[in-house]
Ligand binder design. Structure first.
Ligand code: 1CP
Length: 365
């Protein structure tokens, strides 16, 4: 131990108890043992909670993402209700894209809809780099949240270049990402310009959240599973790598997640995250072999299991935890987001179950 009295000794010794950087969630991201396996849920904020529906009743989605008090309240709702080990900022992957000058809306029941889809180099040029001022409401919300959350870590997030590009090129949600892939194959230079620009926007958005106090970040490449591994490596990996490498010195764990990415897990691991999120299709022990021992895994209960009888759900939770023990760190989560029809009480019970089954001395420690 250093005898330095300038304060560097405390920093050298790492986080203190009560610091979110010492929470079970951040410890698991860093492959360190903790008091229990941490659990949070993608899309835990909003959607299934009646208190969310009430507070959002007269506020449009994009507008609600620009009001710091509302962002703060919605982010805290699932933490209060379920006792999850991490909060995720209430926002959307298209919020920084809108701040970069792209005309879009988030349409109820549909998702992001872009007014003038990207087809030309001039369209790409119009996507401006963003600064903190462009998303000051996120900066303010994160600062408020960090004060309110105390020892509970806040996860910041952004959409990865491919998933963002899909909304911009298709003009909205897409099943096959046809126009996006057509652009990739027919005009690789334009594709790389677009993905490069979106990587800059995502990186800037994540930095704002980290500077304001977020304890971890997740880069969502939700739709990357639509790609072959070869295409992922050629068209997408360098851009996601640029985002994650840009945060290498930021001092917070980086999580990278996509859906249907079983065949991409090795490549996604190479994107440079500390944790790779896994959907329900790939058992966590197999996922661990694919991403390698230097990364933790996050996942991977099928969100539809929340509609199953409790004994069926419990058996599947035990299976996920058992398979997660093969990983050097495991954060329990769903394989994708909470579905809107989910009974919130099942989520609360699930958090308690994961904590009980993994409490130190009772399983993994
Ligand atoms: O826990 C949370 O809900 C945190 C906030 C959050 C996050 C992390 C929202 C609020 N959106 C997201 C990320 C997001 N948005 C992703 C990546 C994560 C994932 O795959 O789940 C994606 C693909 C989107 C795009 C989006 N926004 C969709 C999907 C459309 C499609 O292509 O199928 C939808 C429906 C939205 C709207 C949206 N974003 C968030 C909420 C709560 C909603 C619903 C809007 C509402 O309540 O009116």
């Amino acid at each position: 131990m250093s005898t330095d009295t300038t304060g560097t000794a405390a920093r050298d010794e790492g986080p203190r108890p009560g610091d979110p950087a010492d929470s079970p969630f951040v410890r698991a991201c860093r492959r360190k043992p903790g008091p229990h396996t941490p659990v949070w849920f993608m899309r835990q904020a909003g959607r299934s909670l009646p208190e969310y529906r009430k507070i959002r009743a007269n506020v449009a989605m994009l507008e609600s993402c620009r009001r710091p008090e509302l962002i703060t309240e919605i982010t805290l709702q699932p933490v209060r209700r379920h006792g999850v080990d991490a909060a995720i900022l209430f926002s959307d992957i298209v919020v920084p894209v809108a701040a970069a000058g792209v005309a879009l809306d988030i349409v109820p029941g549909t998702g992001p809809v872009v007014t003038d889809p990207v087809t030309t180099a001039a369209d790409v040029e119009r996507i401006r780099p963003i600064t903190r001022d462009d998303v000051h409401y996120v900066d303010e919300a994160v600062r408020m949240l960090v004060g309110e959350l105390g020892a509970t870590p806040l996860i910041g997030f952004a959409g990865a270049p491919f998933t963002l590009a899909s909304y911009l090129v298709e003009g909205g949600p897409s099943r096959n990402h046809t126009k996006t892939k057509a652009l990739m194959y027919s005009d690789p230079d334009l594709w790389h310009a677009l993905a490069g620009r979106l990587a800059e926007v995502a990186l800037a958005f994540l930095k704002v959240q980290i500077d304001a106090g977020a304890s971890a970040v997740q880069l969502f490449d939700s739709w990357a599973g639509a790609l072959s591994e070869a295409d992922y490596r050629r068209y997408v990996l360098p851009h996601s790598q640029a985002v994650l490498a840009g945060l290498a010195d930021a001092g917070v764990p980086r999580i990278h997640f996509g859906v249907g990415t079983g065949e991409l897990l090795t490549a996604m691991g190479e994107a440079g995250a500390d944790v790779v999120g896994v959907d329900w299709r790939t058992p966590l022990d197999i996922a661990t072999r694919r991403v390698g021992p230097q990364r933790a895994v996050q996942g991977n209960l099928d969100p539809c299991l929340l509609f199953a009888p409790w004994p069926v759900l419990e058996a599947e939770v035990r299976r996920v935890l058992a398979q997660g023990r093969a990983a050097p760190g495991h954060i329990f989560n769903l394989g994708h987001g909470v579905l809107p029809e989910t009974d919130p009480d099942v989520l609360t019970r699930l958090v308690a179950l994961v904590h009980e089954l993994t409490a130190r001395g009772n399983g993994r420690s």
